[in-house]
Ligand binder design. Structure first.
Ligand code: SF4
Ligand code: SF4
Length: 162
């Protein structure tokens, strides 16, 4: 296993790297459009090398968008009614989306384990999205995510070398 990027240093590292990532994308958008297979390989590599339990940044800082299905699943796991779940844990944000009432996430433990892992929202399952089809469409979003997630930071660092 290679040395893990220190997640506490990410804001500084990403801020330094951002101009170069942007320049690379401006010049190579067409190329990135054809790089899904390569990028998904990087996603796998850095996901394998990264210990999410020693990080937890996303669960502390980013509120996932929560769907009705997510609510049903989480309420069922906690054995409470969906209305009670909504009242206790959720709010509507400025974009009209359901999100957790407060962050860090109420289900994040001190050990960085998720108390409802099997029933967590779809957005939590899909984060950090570096395995998404047509990655070029979320390249700019990924720059934002690189301030939080070492997996994304490393993927963007590798992509820019191509
Ligand atoms: S539900 Fe679980 S995975 Fe999602 S933000 Fe909360 S602690 Fe993290
Ligand atoms: S997905 Fe990224 S930000 Fe979230 S815990 Fe894992 S390494 Fe950290």
């Amino acid at each position: 296993m290679s040395k893990q990027t220190d997640h506490t240093q990410l804001p500084e590292l990403a801020q330094k790297a951002e101009p170069e990532w942007k320049r690379y994308f401006a010049k190579n958008k067409k190329k990135v459009e054809k790089m899904d297979v390569f990028i998904h390989g990087l996603h796998q590599k850095y996901s394998d090398e990264t210990d999410c339990l020693s990080c937890g940044n996303c669960c502390r800082a980013l509120g996932p968008r929560i769907t009705d299905k997510d609510v049903e699943r989480m309420a069922k796991a906690l054995r409470i009614k969906t209305n009670n779940f909504i009242e206790q844990y959720l709010r509507i944000d400025e974009d009209g989306d359901m999100v957790f009432r407060s962050m860090p996430c109420p289900f994040l433990g001190d050990d960085n384990y998720c108390a409802i892992y099997e029933s967590r929202p779809k957005a939590c399952r899909e984060y950090p999205h570096t395995d998404r089809k047509r990655f070029y469409q979320i390249y700019n979003l990924s720059i934002k995510n690189a301030y939080t997630c070492p997996i994304v930071f490393n993927v963007l660092e590798e992509v820019k070398k191509q």
